[in-house]
Design a protein around this ligand. Structure first.
Ligand code: HAM
Length: 417
């Protein structure tokens, strides 16, 4: 019997996982410098959490959620994103009682039943960040600043920072009315998907990539021209903040995002290097979500980075090698097992990566194996060596060799790395 992983779900094998580790370590380091703290929420949640926050008429909820009934018939979902879960955890754990702002990050798998293609998977991973408690646009500007620093650290080039404002409950209804009127006159010229979206969630029509729809949308009204004074002031202050960081951005009035919880600022970081799946990070404000879920009224903003896309983009720019063993400890003769174990564990305690033979093989074969593993050092533990408390060492690449006590060998190893 032979099994394969499910469509759209991939293994991250060691040849790739060192990129992932490098990216994750960098992300943690950078986020912790900005006083963000890790939060880990369950992968399974009540489906209702996502239906209510992301929105019933969004693609994610309509078509892409992994939902099942548990043994008691409760509707459970594999999380398609992290924001709703963090909001739930923020309320459930009364984290609003802690000093504001509360700043969280998470790294983990998300699940969406999408049609898999380059850069789009059914199980994918996000590095996500959520900040609760601050209304000022300095929060979302700093979020973009964090993204910029992170991408620069990973040597990513040619990224575009696109921003927009989706208004608030005061100004959005008037905009929606205008959008509705506009689209109503054009309906027969829209693609089937857009005709469906029009009835349910007309904002999503702006997102359509079909060329016929793009033509129809040439003169579509944009939210940005309907912002109330508060939203206008916020958006303009946000841009001043970005200027203060020296970030180049452009306003893309067509960004509507695929999740309903956003209010005000939204943004996407895009690349031309990944074909159709061009967003590597996206986020924005969601000032109403905490209250909507029964928490105290709390402004919030965040983003999530798609890790698969990030790895794809950055692996050619990063010269990081998977970790290799530094030392191979070989044995020679019988009755040396105890000492071999001691030498190996002393070396590992010192932090050196050590490999060894697990089965009985000749010294010659052990040396061959060490050579294949491209280790730098071989240390041979034999009966004679044990008696004298001196071990043979070989530097494989330099071809030098000698004898030394374990303490001396440890010193030599330290100097060599
Ligand atoms: P999102 O735009 O749905 O936002 O996803 C964020 C990023 O996750 C995308 O820009 C993309 O890089 C990656 N991504 C999404 N779907 C897939 C997929 N099927 N395969 C591979 N990568 C994917 C959110 O999830 C929001 N929770 C972001 C946020 C946090 N907003 C506020 N706080």
């Amino acid at each position: 019997m032979k099994f394969n992983s499910l469509r759209g779900m991939q293994d991250i094998i060691p040849e790739e996982s060192h990129f992932w580790q490098h990216i994750e370590e960098n992300a943690r380091g950078l986020l912790e410098l900005h006083n963000y703290h890790e939060i880990r929420t369950p992968i399974l949640e009540q489906a209702e959490l996502f239906l209510r926050s992301i929105g019933e008429d969004t693609d994610i909820v309509e078509k892409e959620m992994y939902i099942f009934n548990d043994k008691k018939g409760r509707r459970i979902a594999l999380r398609p994103e992290g924001t709703a879960s963090v909001v739930r955890a923020y309320i459930q754990n009364s984290l609003f009682n802690n000093p504001s702002p509360q700043k969280f990050y998470y790294i983990g798998p998300m699940f969406r039943y999408e049609r898999p293609q380059k850069g789009r998977f059914r199980q994918f991973h996000q590095i996500g960040v959520e900040c609760f408690g601050i209304t000022a646009p300095s929060v979302e500007a700093e979020l973009i600043w964090i993204l910029k620093q992170f991408f620069e650290k990973l040597n990513l080039k040619n990224l575009t920072y696109e921003i927009n404002s989706l208004g608030c409950k005061k100004c959005r209804p008037l905009y929606k009315e205008n959008l509705f009127k506009f689209l109503n006159n054009m309906i027969i010229n829209l693609c089937n998907d857009c005709q469906r979206r029009f009835g349910k969630n007309p904002l999503r029509v702006l997102d359509c990539k079909v060329s016929g729809c793009r033509e129809v949308l040439k003169d579509v009204p944009f939210m940005i021209d309907f912002l109330c004074n508060d939203c206008k002031a916020h958006f303009s202050a946000f841009q001043n903040e970005l200027d203060g960081y020296g970030i180049n951005y452009f306003i893309n009035p067509k960004i509507v995002r695929g999740l309903d919880y956003y209010t005000g600022t939204v943004f996407e970081v895009t690349t031309t290097m990944l074909g159709a799946q061009n967003a590597i990070a996206a986020g924005g404000r969601y000032d109403e979500l905490v209250e909507y879920f029964g928490g105290p009224s709390t402004p919030a903003a965040g983003f999530a980075i798609g890790m698969e896309r990030l790895v794809e983009l950055s692996k050619d720019n990063l010269s990081i090698e998977p970790k290799r063993p530094l030392v191979y400890v070989a044995y020679a003769g019988k009755g040396v097992d105890r000492e071999v174990k001691r030498v190996i564990s002393e070396l590992r305690k010192e932090g050196f990566i050590v490999e060894r033979a697990y089965e009985e093989v000749s010294l010659k074969n052990q040396l061959k194996k060490a050579d294949k593993l491209r280790v730098e050092w071989v240390i041979i533990v034999g009966e004679e060596e044990i008696k004298r408390a001196l071990y043979k060492w070989k530097r494989m690449r330099e071809g030098t060799q000698g004898e030394a006590s374990l303490e001396e060998i440890i010193k030599l190893l330290r100097v060599s790395i």
